[in-house]
Design a protein around this ligand. Structure first.
Ligand SMILES: Cc1cc2nc3c(=O)[nH]c(=O)nc-3n(C[C@H](O)[C@H](O)[C@H](O)COP(=O)(O)O)c2cc1C
Length: 442
């Protein structure tokens, strides 16, 4: 490593220890030497990935000493700091224990360093000229799969209502690496949603009553879809208040750029006594046929967990022609403010999502997988690769991440990276080999 850079860094390291503001100033002043250090680390990591040299000796301890400094950590943010610590851990073991690491680990390391480079560029507006990195090893191969006639880079989707129209997440997520984005639900006419408090945090998740706020199908088709259609697989989640609404929405959305239509059937049929479509087999089947007969796109029916026997609804939708099922939507819940003695949410009740509902979701995916032959996209409380693996084992062919996106906008990418390690660790060649493999206790 370059001695000059080494000395400069030691000096900065002391400056960084004052406080965060000093840290930023010092970083700005020492931009060139920091860049040299990052470059050295990146070069070493590239060498590590592309050659047989299994050491990260060029990844300097000093770079990581600098990163570990608490004010600096504060400056770059916890999430990025964590990623750089991962590189440091690998580098240290490589140097001191001569340990060999998997190609996935080396590539993760490189990805993290590039993210740091991007952070520097964004923050200081200078051009570091990061190299583009195309993986010769293509570890995403382990996650590549097919669903509904689509070739998916990963079987990881973003769940409707938690990911906007996808474009809001462009800076955090490689959208093409997702199986697709289930965009916020679309209705025939624009809706302003519910008044009052719409979201409240619960011990392990959240309650929401957004009230299907959306710009309506026309604005979606003319303004939003043209903007997002080349950036991701767009799955349009639709809601209606009559069976005809679903048919009409499916017809209007049968256009280029829409990969599939997802029917949100957790809504009341206003024209038929307010019964929730998703809690009644006949209604669920009618909605499914109405959409199927109006579109050439694959139709995914999103099941509600607020039922006694989900398999009955699942079978009814399959018989009516559904191409795929997604589950679960939120569980009906409520919170009361003990100081005002009133419900917290403007709408009184809301949908519970997040960690708390995962066991319910896994149980329902398991039951549904035994009942139908069509593929299932599992969701509900997934926050990690291990959570996702549970859904695959229960019988899901893909998963969707919802509430966790609010906590960490890049969580889908982390789950993809960690799933690669999980699949490899299981000795499998592709994640498909996991689907439905949970065994019964003997
Ligand atoms: C704020 C919020 C808005 C949602 N909006 C929709 C929606 O418009 N359509 C829909 O089908 N599901 C909607 N959902 C349900 C999620 O897509 C998902 O099914 C559910 O939250 C369970 O997954 P999770 O625990 O990972 O969030 C919404 C969930 C949340 C938290």
């Amino acid at each position: 490593m370059n001695n000059f850079a080494f000395l400069a860094t030691r000096r900065e390291y002391r400056a960084f220890s004052k406080d965060c503001i000093d840290a930023e100033a010092a970083f700005q002043n020492s931009y060139d030497s920091c860049v040299k250090l990052v470059r050295t680390a990146v070069d070493a990591a590239i060498k590590w990935v592309y050659t047989t040299e299994k050491k990260l000796s060029g990844m300097s301890d000093d770079l990581f000493a600098l990163i570990s400094n608490p004010p600096f950590e504060q400056l770059i943010g916890k999430s990025l700091a964590k990623k750089l610590h991962y590189c440091r851990k690998l580098g240290n073991s490589a140097i001191h224990n001569e340990k060999e690491f998997s190609a996935v680990e080396a590539q993760n390391c490189l990805k993290n360093l590039f993210e740091f480079v991007q952070w520097i560029d964004k923050r200081y507006g200078k051009n570091f000229e990061p190299r583009t990195f195309s993986s010769p090893l293509d570890d995403d191969e382990l996650l590549q799969t097919e669903l509904l006639g689509m070739k998916l880079s990963t079987p990881i989707f973003a769940a409707s209502g938690t990911f906007g129209f996808g474009e809001e997440f462009e800076n955090f997520v490689d959208l093409k690496r997702l199986g697709g984005v289930m965009v916020k639900c679309i209705t025939l006419n624009p809706r302003r949603g519910n008044d009052g408090v719409r979201i409240t945090e619960t011990p392990s998740g959240m309650l929401n009553c957004i009230g299907l706020e959306n710009p309506g199908v026309e604005t979606f088709l003319t303004e939003i879809l043209p903007r997002i259609k080349d950036k991701m697989n767009v799955i349009v989640n639709v809601s209606g208040s009559s069976i005809d609404d679903y048919g009409e929405l499916a017809r209007l959305l049968d256009v280029d750029g829409v990969a599939a239509i997802e029917l949100n059937i957790s809504c009341p049929n206003v024209k038929d006594g307010g019964i929730i479509f998703g809690t009644d087999e006949t209604q669920a089947a009618k909605v499914t046929s109405a959409a199927k007969s109006a579109t050439s796109k694959p139709v995914i029916v999103k099941l509600s967990p607020n039922v006694t026997d989900i398999t009955k609804i699942a079978r009814a939708c399959e018989s009516a022609g559904a191409d795929c099922l997604s589950l679960i939507n939120t569980l009906m819940g409520m919170e009361i403010n003990v100081h005002t003695w009133r419900p917290t949410l403007g709408n009184i009740t809301g949908g519970l999502s997040g960690g708390a509902i995962k066991p319910v979701a896994v149980r329902m995916v398991w039951q549904t997988a035994q009942a139908v032959k069509i593929p299932i996209i599992g969701m509900g409380g997934i926050r990690s690769a291990e959570d996702a693996a549970e859904f695959f084992l229960a019988g899901a062919s893909a998963v969707a991440i919802g509430t966790a996106n609010f906590l960490e906008p890049s969580i889908t990418m982390k789950i993809a990276d960690d799933l690669i390690n999980y699949v490899r660790g299981c000795g499998l060649k592709n994640i498909r080999e996991l689907v439905g493999k949970a065994m019964r206790n003997s």
